[in-house]
Design a protein around this ligand. Sequence first.
Ligand SMILES: NC(=O)c1ccc[n+]([C@@H]2O[C@H](COP(=O)([O-])OP(=O)(O)OC[C@H]3O[C@@H](n4cnc5c(N)ncnc54)[C@H](O)[C@@H]3O)[C@@H](O)[C@H]2O)c1
Length: 440
Amino acid sequence: MINLKERILNKHIQVAVIGMGYVGLPLSVALAKSDYKVLGIDCNDSWTKQINAGHSNIGDVPSEVLKKIVDKGYIKASTDYALVAKVDVIIICVPTPLNHFKEPDLSYIINTIEGILPFIRKGIFISLESTTYPGTTEELIVQRIQKEKGWKVGEDFYVCYSPERVDPGNPIYSIGNTPKVVGGSTRVCLELGEALYGSFLPKVVGVKTTQVAEMSKVLENTFRCVNIALVNEMAMMCERMNIDIWEAIKGASSKPFGFMPFYPGPGVGGHCIPLDPLYLSWKAKKYNYFSRFIELAIDINNNMPYYVAYQIAQILGNYGKGMKDSRILLMGMSYKKDVSDIRESPSLEVYAILKRQGAKVDFYDPYVESFKFKEEIIYRIEWSEKSVESYDIISILTNHTNVDYKWLLEHAEIIYDTKNVYGEVESDKVVKLGDNLEYL
Ligand SMILES: NC(=O)c1ccc[n+]([C@@H]2O[C@H](COP(=O)([O-])OP(=O)(O)OC[C@H]3O[C@@H](n4cnc5c(N)ncnc54)[C@H](O)[C@@H]3O)[C@@H](O)[C@H]2O)c1
């Protein structure tokens, strides 16, 4: 261990990152910028070829940056697990989705461990970064390796859990200036984890066990999920009470302590907030603990696309139109602003609901060219005065910054704004999520 720690501190180690997606690629770039030679392993052959050619499709890693690093030989991608035989450290960043029954699908982590098992050598240090429920690192990594190899953790191999906090599209916080939590399977493992992450990141927060580190990650995302659900409920309550939720949040946000603003919207999306709390509640059930907070929050957030559809129907009704055959433009398909990621995006759900109700629905998103709906590929509309003017209603579902909302308002018939992009703008043409339509 002393030898490995010294080599980490001297950066005389080879690191493999497994899963080169939204998390793995920025992490590899951060390691490379700190003089580590990174072997990026990904099961997607065409993606590894793209990486080796310096082409990135991940917003936080511009191709120019990746190309320079690849050309200098600091990142090399491959699909070949056998190459981990040469590395000292393996960081795992593979997906942790839900299955059709909304239960954790850990097959990607399991496949990764099975993939590396024949090749790892004594002394290997493994860190899991994928988001998951408390207990995963011990159950799927430590116990599996101990069983297969007969090695002892903390002596023959070392294991940590260190959750990734990357926030794609965030211009202020990136991996380079966000503290990193790390928990070790043993005290020695934690020491190594702190040495590794401390060697290329500004601040490392060590916690006693891998379970604590796993819980800290799902706590962060459950906190967001529950607070978003609370404010979504407040928005629906405010509609009944004819109170402007957006102004109420503005008022409450002026309190310098004890309040943190969250905003209502068409639901939650992405790879984290809709999924991670369900990892926790699933595991808690094994301990005969039912997390009513989590289930309630997921329920409220999942119903928001239906609430959006209900408000759109009401607005159309106020103009003497029905949902059937009305022309509706959805503005923003990605799950949050300034990114192209549409995974779990509530906009997709809003699209499906409105289609089912007989509306003619199109979309525009500066970052998303198309998406698949059933067996059909749906392409974004051409962004022009003529096309924008042809819709009965335009609903803003994602508040991308590079959209000219003033221009849009000039040319739209009516706008349903679920993101408060129009803020204080007073216009009869703008209805906001949570507005009481009886009073319009
Ligand atoms: N995207 C985020 O904002 C974010 C933030 C924090 C944490 N996370 C967590 O990080 C993990 C990874 O998420 P992501 O968004 O980077 O996923 P992603 O889908 O963008 O990337 C995962 C990559 O892993 C590859 N892969 C899948 N199985 C593999 C295997 N067996 N071997 C090698 N490669 C494999 C895929 O081809 C893909 O390129 C998840 O657990 C997620 O919850 C994501």
